[in-house]
Design a protein around this ligand. Structure first.
Ligand SMILES: C[S@@+](CC[C@H](N)C(=O)[O-])C[C@H]1O[C@@H](n2cnc3c(N)ncnc32)[C@H](O)[C@@H]1O
Length: 302
């Protein structure tokens, strides 16, 4: 079994938070937690978090399969086979991220809610010690799908784990990217505190591809539409449909202040088709989502 410690990110036990950096797959932490290697993905998800995420994953995977995400469509974000309108926007936020993090010192970078790891391979390419973290280990659209990038020569760790209880030591991460994943949390303030905990002083959280609105009423309308659509199409109950939410610009400013992090928001050009929809929405008094790049920095010198 390979060592969990290749490149030595200070992984911690999800059950007792002890450092695992020298542990091997198949070994147990002193608290009894078994470190499993799931075909190259190290399983650092606590039993409680695994049980809590199971109903969500069952539905998430059903919808993603039906909408045909992932699978043979992994050359992302530039050569997508499907959902090209979405990837046209996402490749712009990707470029904004690439340029914004140019000056972030190299070190550990975590792709939180990494899905099939398409961004993790770029974090590696950009010189970071990259980690993909997700609760989803599916081979179509989760961490197992990331094997394709490893086979192509990328180097990164894949960890099955929860972003709310990141299995990493405090003060070790230079960059934490939540790409289309932050809004899956039910408690933004605790999540941001957790991100801050693992960051080094001066470290950066980058949020992208989370829907933002000026006014909560527009975000609520978007969620209500999804509740209706998922109920009609998949018989999914309301609470589950609400697992993916949105932010307002004001809410994020409040959140950043509450965890004592500075905040910069960069607006990303959405392309003419979406811009046209934005203008039409504004004229009708209903704003559609924006997808800016939000950068939060933990204060202090490195
Ligand atoms: C829309 S996908 C985004 C995947 C990828 N980052 C991308 O940009 O294509 C959201 C991802 O967040 C993951 N996720 C949701 N809740 C999570 C949690 N509590 N901890 C870790 N990952 C989570 C899901 O499993 C899923 O892979």
């Amino acid at each position: 079994m390979p060592s969990l410690a290749g490149g030595n990110p200070p992984f911690t036990c999800p059950q007792c938070r002890a450092l695992l950096s020298q542990a091997l797959a198949g070994e147990r932490c002193a608290c009894g937690f078994l470190i499993r290697n799931l075909d190259g993905v190290f399983d650092l998800l606590s039993e409680a978090d695994a049980a809590a995420s199971e109903p969500f994953l069952e539905i998430y995977e059903r919808v993603r399969r039906d909408e045909q995400w992932g699978g043979d469509d992994l050359d992302l974000p530039f050569r997508a086979k499907r959902h090209r309108d979405i990837w046209n926007i996402r490749k712009r936020s990707f470029r904004a991220l690439e340029s914004a993090i140019g000056t972030v010192p190299r070190g550990i970078a975590v792709d939180v809610g990494a899905g099939n790891c398409w961004l993790t391979r770029y974090l590696d390419r950009w010189g970071f010690n990259a980690i993909a973290l997700d609760i989803n280990n599916s081979s179509a659209d989760g961490l197992q799908a990331g094997q394709r990038y490893l086979d192509q020569g990328a180097t990164f760790h894949r960890i099955r784990g929860s972003m709310e209880h990141a299995p990493l030591d405090a003060n070790c991460v230079q960059l934490l990217v939540a790409n289309a994943s932050f809004h899956y949390s039910s408690d933004f303030e605790s999540l941001l505190s957790e991100f801050r905990r693992v960051l080094v002083n001066g470290g950066v959280v980058a949020l992208l591809d989370t829907p933002f609105y000026e006014n909560a009423i527009d975000g609520e309308r978007m969620v209500a539409q999804r509740v209706k659509e998922f109920s009609e199409k998949y018989s999914i109950d309301e609470a589950m449909s609400r697992r993916s939410s949105y932010l307002t610009f004001r809410r994020l400013r409040e959140l950043a202040a509450s965890v004592d992090m500075s905040l910069t928001i960069q607006h990303v050009w959405p392309g003419w088709p979406r811009r046209y929809r934005e203008i039409r929405g504004r004229l009708a008094g209903q704003q559609i989502a924006q997808f800016p790049l939000a950068l939060l920095r933990k204060a202090g010198l490195q």
